[in-house]
Write a protein that binds this ligand. Structure first.
Ligand code: MTE
Length: 299
């Protein structure tokens, strides 16, 4: 696998913006120190300021709590995230059930990464997290494993959206094993130096910055290594519109809208849309995963 350091992909501009916003926020970084935080940049040249905490935590997609952008913020307040555990199972020598406390004890770092939603908007989010490979390396993966499936909790009592057949619950997402092992594939434990808010996927979610936001499943309880391609929630709901790969690709339009540009959340509605970049701007790091593949067919 191609190796890179996060610091190598951080242009000066983001670095300086970041330092000043950290100062102005004045939030407690707990055990993290500024100098020890690897800097991962949003990489879209015209997008270099993190989105506000307010926007990141009130404009959400989380259909378990409703389909409106404000529903997760309003309805997830009392969602129970304890007790919680994460199972790693399937094509592994011995499955493992990790209490959430053990997962959260893994050292998180700040990763400023851009989220591009398939609906055509984007945000830059200062996540806290670590590479999913750290978790997967806790089990012995069998050579038969080719994919990784993520399963969101099923809790219709607390998640009102799960009482309606909007999607096939529980929410399932998945990656090819090499995509899952890529260092940019992140287990998210927080944002803006704070624990992850419920509406953003507490107690933990994944985040894959070069793919459309819906790949980044929230409130994960199971990570399953599989032989076959997982039957993911959106592909299952509408295979013509949503593929398994779902790499951000300005050249492959959604059947109902263009993917060439995006609206930056937090900017005035009069602000021009910005160009969408291949792999959401992370092509240098991830394009090799798809060499020889037709990304129009494998959308
Ligand atoms: N995960 C679950 N379990 N349910 C969802 O409805 N929505 C996805 C993704 N993860 C979703 C989910 C979509 S469409 C997007 S764009 C992102 O979460 C939004 O993440 P955010 O609300 O933290 O910005």
């Amino acid at each position: 696998m191609k190796k890179f350091k996060y610091s190598e992909i951080t242009p000066e501009k983001i670095y300086h913006t970041r330092r000043s916003f950290i100062k102005s926020m004045g939030y407690g970084l707990g055990t993290l120190s500024l100098s020890s935080i690897p800097l991962i940049n949003a990489k879209a040249s015209n997008l270099n300021e993190p989105t506000s905490y307010q926007d990141i935590t009130t404009y959400n997609n989380y259909y378990e709590f409703g389909t409106g952008k404000g529903d997760p913020h309003r309805r997830a307040k009392n969602f129970s995230t304890r007790p919680w555990s994460v199972k790693i199972e399937g094509e592994v020598e011995k499955s493992l059930e990790l209490p959430i406390e053990e997962v959260l004890a893994i050292k998180s770092e700040e990763r400023i990464l851009k989220l591009r939603c398939v609906e055509g908007w984007s945000m830059v989010i200062p996540w806290l997290g670590f590479s999913l490979s750290e978790l997967l390396n806790k089990v012995e993966i069998k050579p038969s494993a080719k994919f990784v499936e993520f399963e969101t909790v099923y809790n219709p009592e607390e998640m009102v959206g799960q009482r309606y057949p909007v999607l096939n619950w529980p929410y399932i997402e998945g990656l090819r094993l090499d995509e899952a092992m890529h260092p940019l594939t992140t287990v998210v434990t927080g944002l803006y130096g704070k624990p992850l808010p419920n509406q953003n996927g507490a107690p933990l979610r994944i985040f894959i910055p070069w793919k459309y936001g819906f790949k980044s499943a929230k409130a994960i309880v199971k990570i399953r290594l599989t032989k076959n391609m997982p039957n993911t929630a959106w592909k299952n709901a509408s295979p013509r519109e949503y593929g398994f790969y779902s790499n951000v690709n300005p050249e492959v339009d959604h059947p109902r809208w263009s993917q060439a540009t995006e609206r930056v959340i937090g900017e005035s509605i009069l602000a021009p849309r910005i160009e969408t970049l291949m792999f959401n701007g992370y092509g240098d790091e991830v394009a090799h995963l798809y060499s020889g593949m037709d990304l129009k067919k494998n959308y």
